[in-house]
Design a protein. Structure first.
Length: 171
């Protein structure tokens, strides 16, 4: 009897855990395959406002589900993708689009990486030029006088490499 109850409890817990994972699957019926493809493409292009780095297709957030339903309804009503994106932008702002349009409010978003690259490049060039100028005006030896004295002492103490008078070959 205990074994039957244990098996029943185990099966019941498996069914409960399965119902949670299948609850997030939603089925949307469309009249044509082209509408369904438009829907899939559109929800891939729209961002979930809750998850922030996930599109509507991959989000399980309740708001994402609502936005998917709105997109499906508008596609069934015959609205174009541009109309749906315009509606989403007017209601939720440019953030809902993965590729926001270029305007004054998004100019830094589009131009920021290029400006940063330009500033780093200018800084690098200026740094290299400054170092080259320092090398040009820097003496080759900091202890130039001391080195000259060492060289003179070494030359004075070394034997002459010129042949002496007695060692010159006679002709």
């Amino acid at each position: 009897m205990k074994r039957v109850l244990f098996t029943f409890a185990l099966l019941l817990s498996l069914l409960v855990s399965q119902s949670d994972s299948t609850a997030s699957i939603e089925v949307v019926e469309f009249d044509t395959a082209s509408q369904e493809q438009r829907y899939r493409d559109l929800i891939e292009e729209l961002r979930c406002l809750v998850c922030q780095n996930q599109n509507l297709a991959g989000s399980d957030a309740p708001l994402a589900k609502d936005l998917r339903e709105i997109a499906a309804t508008m596609i069934k009503q015959g609205d174009s993708d541009a109309d749906i994106k315009k509606f989403m932008r007017s209601r939720y702002g440019d953030f809902v689009l993965y590729e926001p349009p270029f305007n004054w409010s998004t100019a830094f978003l589009w131009l920021g990486p290029f400006l940063l690259l330009l500033l780093v490049s200018i800084g690098l060039v200026l740094n290299i030029k400054r170092r080259q100028q320092e090398e040009l005006f820097k003496p080759t030896h900091a202890n130039n006088d001391a080195d000259q004295i060492k060289v003179r002492n070494l030359m004075r103490d070394t034997p002459s490499l010129k042949p002496e008078e007695s060692e010159k070959p006679k002709r």
